[in-house]
Design a protein around this ligand. Structure first.
Ligand SMILES: NC(=O)c1ccc[n+]([C@@H]2O[C@H](COP(=O)([O-])OP(=O)(O)OC[C@H]3O[C@@H](n4cnc5c(N)ncnc54)[C@H](O)[C@@H]3O)[C@@H](O)[C@H]2O)c1
Length: 676
């Protein structure tokens, strides 16, 4: 062990950016660019921000780069260090093509570069993968430095990353994490948008979304399975669709063809229904159509409705893009009295005033321009548009349509825009909103309470054949007769390749529970050990049973008062680190915005070893059952039965605390009768 460290000591002194000035940045004009995030720092803060960025740069380059950094700060609101972006395309290459002393170091480079791929990232030049502001790193200097560290890291070291910044390599052991990563963990009283914006402008905070800064994004596929499950279950719950049937003849209207919202088009087709998805950004529609994720599109409202009606009549599955504002689509539907069965919204309302939502009457391009010129006017228009959208959706629900919030903070944004009647009690959000969140009705009770969540994997060889072998192996692990969720999973994985879901790395998503995740991971590790496939990275979205404390989304269905606590995600992160996951991550605000959630993620490299088999058993079990245990303690009925079943099967290895339930009425009567 000692010898290994000493051998690498010389290479460690070279982990710094080169003294050679990178060439001027080149930008492909067809790529989407992040809007100006706004410059509002004081003189002293501006000086600190530029000095902060110069910390990465050798002294001989600082006089040249200081004015460039200042210009970026003033014109883009952030210092990205564009010059340090390597020219040309960045994408996930086969793991063997990366430099590195460890498999984990090379594997994590695959994951990082997938998040920055032109075909995947929302604003690749600004390191934004998805969700308007979800960045892999704050700037390209961090990207370069992290890559260098991952190349030299040995399996006796851990790389520590804080908001994209590599703090350094520290000694550790082979069965401990190779990377520990956090994003924008802010001190409570400063944990809000305003302080985040300032911290990000100063180069000390990275909004990592759930899997951008967590390096586990697998393209739009990552959300397709969850969206398909949500749609199918919405049909079963609200429209009496039988569990063995699909959504043929049923209509779904929503918005957004972005990073995750783009999954809606694919999912509605897989679920067998007819969907119209409004999208203001033409480049998004064209990209989704080219990727085979959208069947057809038009900017003519009468045309999209005619297509919808034809497909409903034929009972055929189709996704139709409407190039235009979702509010215009709703207006047309309401005015023409067009019946719609199911509806949602996936504009980026978690960043509603930062360009995530384009207001009605303003084109995408005008919105971008207005955001730069007059933020106050942009905000006024956003508020008016959200209020109008809410009125139209409410009119439709009164006619029988079912609407749910899709984890994008839509209802909170409508409330903040002034329509307080979207709150259940009409004046504050403490009792929730009048429409259910998809977690309250569907994802929470039907999936998270049982431990089913967005387990995913990436075949690091980049070989499609490896992915097919893992699909088969996963299918063999599923008993479709156990529960309806397992039958859905079986169908999903059986047809996954046919649906051509891969964009970027050879990855797959599967909503598995604890037992299934462990079984599948052991199966994959054996395939790697036997040389049938190359190494595999397993991980998940942070949007899972035990990893996200998020009262407006993942924990919206927790009603013992602990929705405002973040203990669960902290334990998820610590527990996974202690049990030796290759990568552990903890971040602030994913999905719903800064200050509104704390969540954790992991990555584990399957190298075929016995060491990894032990980590699979302990860490994967903890990762899921920690969440089921918390949900059970919150008195969620399905979680209690899942926890009790786990207790029965694991008598000699562990135990989950089960709550005692008072008799119905005992406490209510006591409180009502209490004279004090
Ligand atoms: N469903 C889920 O499981 C899930 C999971 C994670 C996140 N989310 C949330 O969903 C939201 C979308 O995520 P994303 O990654 O797709 O973000 P994104 O920013 O990549 O995509 C949102 C899209 O909405 C479009 N848009 C904005 N305003 C519009 C309008 N008025 N009319 C029509 N189109 C409009 C934008 O042009 C953009 O393409 C985020 O808030 C995200 O946090 C949902």
């Amino acid at each position: 062990m000692e010898k290994h460290d000493l051998n690498n000591a010389s290479s460690l002194t070279n982990v710094r950016l080169s003294a050679e000035l990178p060439p001027e940045p080149q930008f492909d004009s067809s790529m989407r660019r992040a809007p100006d995030r706004g410059y509002s720092l004081s003189r002293a803060e501006t000086i600190t921000a530029v000095k902060n960025a110069l910390r990465y740069v050798p002294p001989e380059l600082q006089a040249t780069l200081a004015p460039e950094f200042l210009n970026e700060l003033k014109t883009r609101g952030r210092i990205y260090g564009y010059r340090y972006r390597p020219q040309g395309r960045i994408y996930a290459k086969p793991v063997d093509e990366y430099e590195g002393n460890t498999l984990a170091g090379r594997a994590l480079q695959v994951m990082i570069e997938n998040n920055l791929d032109f075909a995947i990232a929302l604003y690749p030049y600004e390191l934004v993968t998805y969700g308007e502001g979800g960045q892999v790193f704050q700037n390209w200097m961090q990207y370069r430095l992290v890559k260098k560290y991952l190349e030299v890291m040995t399996d006796h070291q851990t790389l520590v990353i804080q908001s994209g910044h590599p703090l350094g390599l520290f000694p550790s052991e082979p069965d401990q994490p190779r990377v520990i990563n956090t994003n924008t963990l802010m001190v409570g009283m400063f944990d809000d948008d305003e302080n985040f914006r300032k911290a990000a402008a100063m180069g000390v905070a990275n909004y990592g979304q759930m899997t951008a800064g967590g390096w586990m994004y697998i393209g739009p596929q990552g959300i397709v399975h969850g969206t398909t499950i949500t749609l199918l279950n919405a049909g079963r719950l609200f429209l009496d669709v039988s569990p063995s049937d699909d959504l043929h003849g049923k209509t779904f209207v929503t918005s957004g063809l972005g990073g995750m919202s783009g999954a809606q088009a694919k999912a509605v087709e897989i679920a067998g229904g007819v969907g119209i998805i409004a999208e203001v950004d033409r480049s998004r529609i064209v990209q989704r159509k080219e990727q085979g994720w959208l069947s057809k599109w038009s900017d003519d409202l009468s045309q999209v409705i005619a297509w919808m009606n034809e497909s409903v009549e034929r009972g055929e599955a189709v996704s139709i893009g409407y190039h235009g504002n979702i509010v215009d689509l709703w207006e047309y539907i309401v005015e023409n009295d067009i019946p719609i069965d199911l509806a949602s919204d996936q504009t980026s309302c978690h960043a509603v005033y930062d360009g995530g939502y384009t207001p009605q009457g303003t084109s995408f391009e005008e919105g971008r321009e207005l955001l730069e010129r007059d933020r106050d006017e942009f905000k006024r228009r956003v508020d008016a548009s959200l209020r109008r959208q809410f009125d139209l959706i409410r009119a439709m629900t009164q006619r029988g349509m079912h609407f749910w919030d899709y984890g994008n903070s839509f209802m909170k944004a409508v409330f903040d825009a002034g329509s307080t009647d979207i709150a259940t009690n009409g004046h504050d959000t403490s009792e929730g909103f009048i429409f259910p969140s998809y977690v309250e009705d569907i994802m929470g009770p039907l999936n998270f309470d049982y431990g089913y969540g967005p387990f995913r994997w990436v075949c690091l060889s980049g070989q499609h054949d490896d992915l097919l072998a893992t699909d088969r192996a996963a299918m063999e692990c599923i008993d479709p007769t156990r529960r309806s969720q397992d039958r859905d999973n079986y169908e999903w994985i059986k047809n996954a390749d046919r649906h051509q879901l891969v964009v970027g790395s050879q990855a797959r998503i599967l909503y598995a529970d604890a037992g299934l995740r462990v079984k599948i991971a052991h199966g994959f590790n054996k395939l790697v050990c036997d040389g049938v496939i190359g190494p595999v990275m397993i991980g998940r979205d942070h949007h899972d049973t035990g990893s996200a404390d998020s009262p407006f989304r993942e924990t919206a269905d927790i009603s013992d008062g602990s929705r405002i606590m973040a203990d669960m995600s902290a334990h998820n992160f610590a527990g996974n680190a202690a049990r030796g996951m290759s990568l552990v991550v903890m971040s602030n605000g994913g999905g719903v915005g800064i200050g509104k959630s704390i969540h954790a993620g992991f990555g584990l490299v399957l190298d075929g070893s016995e060491r990894v088999n032990a980590i699979i058993e302990n860490a994967l079990t903890w990762d899921v059952m920690g969440g089921v245990a918390r949900r059970a303690w919150a008195r969620n009925q399905n979680a209690i039965s899942t926890a009790m079943e786990w207790n029965r099967g694991h008598e000699h290895v562990g135990q989950i605390t089960i709550p005692h339930m008072p008799e119905d009425g005992l406490v209510e009567d006591l409180v009502d009768r209490d004279p004090n």
